[in-house]
Design a protein around this ligand. Sequence first.
Ligand SMILES: [Zn+2]
Length: 364
Amino acid sequence: MNQNELLEAREQIINVSRQLHELGLLVRTWGNISSRVDEDHFLITPSGIRYEDLTPEMISLIRISDLTYEGDYKPSSELKVHAAAYKVRKDAWFIVHTHQVYASCAGTLGIKKVFSYYEDEDVTIPVATYALPGTQKLADNVARTLHKYKDANGIIMANHGTLCLGADFKDAVFVAQMMESACNDFLIDVCKTDMVHGVENGYNSHLEDGKIVYDHKDTPERVKNIHQQIYARRPDVSYIVHNKSDAVMTVSRRANHMRPLLDDFAQLIGVSVKIPNNEDEIYNNIKKKVNVVFSPKDGAYCVGPTQDEAMAVAIVLDKGCIAYTAVMRNGEGHYLSKLECMKMNRHYRKSYSKLADINSDTKE
Ligand SMILES: [Zn+2]
């Protein structure tokens, strides 16, 4: 490929990322996209940059044989997975990795394959065994699954997300959409109930010059008390998003304890979240490393240093609660181990604070 063709390929990746973002399949900086350039090279999106902010020079060129790259931006931490997939599947020219809701949740049930349907056709989606994100082991697990299921253009990476392969971007986007629809139907079958995802705002607030500002004038005293206690015990928190989505409400009514079923839950929310039975217990659950405070039968307060971070926690909690509900109804699931969760939580905090430093540097 000459420089002009490379630029076009980079622009295509950006266009596809916006398309998937609009479809709700790619959110914030989560997931990544790549396209093959030739036998031994592919382009891939960078690590930690929002899809809205992507520019062509941020897309790095990777050599498949040794994973060296050209470009000033750090490529996605999942480049090993993409390289492994291009090695196994010579017919793949475009790959999308998403953390899309329903497919990711279907990948927490501990099953090897998801059987479902799409437009009256049977669909089988293989599930690659879990390994920590960014590791060679995860890339090996994905390669093994692609070897075993030679016709599968879409696979689920257990407790994490999807990998969608195509001869071109249209194929890969189609696979992502098809998998989401098939997995939604599958979860409705497992849960015997409709599954809707999203964030339903309840009583939100933020700090302004050290004072609490409530979004709603009619915020009840009972709720104000919870906000006050969170700000008092968590000096790092400046925003609270009260998530009352269907899935979060269900968990706040029925569960006692949540352990992570998905990587992003372990990273952004914490390793263990308790759900109190009564109002007094709420305050015991305000903890330094847990970014969610459940209210009995009334959703959960998602906290962060910025509105953006609190909203990210709210999105990840909603998905985590759908997974939790699916595992409960299914009767079994694959939970992440405590050690894996702690590793991810620590790694995420470290890389996030580094990223925040870089951002504040560029602002100044
Ligand atoms: Zn991922």
